[in-house]
Design a protein around this ligand. Structure first.
Ligand code: HEM
Length: 127
């Protein structure tokens, strides 16, 4: 038995806590915060529940999220071009937030999926 006190992303409550921690970091980040706050001007009350549902779908098989993420980033990229340094930073913050507070097979899966989708997105945007 492991005595690591960090939980896994194996239920909605933990996925929601992870997304809240990740966005605290994203929105305090000099490089990425302006993209969310000044370019997309996200409404956190709307955006965070979408992101939480997205990760609950990918990790837990929930069905609530049904939007076209690639198109949303394509539109964003047209307004403010995203570069590989932005994706690298996004992924570093994602993985570092995971490492600090979560561990286990679902956390590993989140890391793998995030890396694969980030790579896919960059390819789709010709970055
Ligand atoms: C450079 C890296 C990234 C940046 C700067 C970024 C930025 C953003 C911004 C600003 C929005 C809000 C767009 C809007 O509402 O108009 C958004 C939405 C979203 N992003 Fe990203 N993103 C990045 C990478 C990723 C990756 C790799 C994933 C998935 C693994 C992802 C998943 C999502 C999802 C699920 C949404 C919500 C879309 C919706 O409204 O349904 N993003 N992103």
């Amino acid at each position: 038995m492991s005595d690591d006190p960090r939980p896994d992303l194996n239920c909605r409550e933990n996925v929601e806590r992870f997304v809240d921690c990740f966005y605290q970091r994203l929105l305090a980040d000099e490089q990425l915060a302006p993209i969310f706050l000044d370019v997309a001007r996200i409404d956190l009350q709307v955006h965070l529940p979408l992101i939480k549902s997205y990760w609950c779908k990918l990790l837990l098989g929930e069905n609530a999220y049904r939007r076209h993420t690639m198109n949303i980033h394509r539109q964003l990229h047209a307004r403010r071009s995203l570069g590989s340094a932005d994706f690298e930073r996004w992924l570093n913050l994602f993985c570092d937030t995971l490492d600090r507070s979560f561990t286990g097979p679902y956390s590993q899966k989140a890391r793998r999926i995030a890396g694969a989708i980030a790579a896919n997105m960059q390819q789709g945007l010709s970055i």
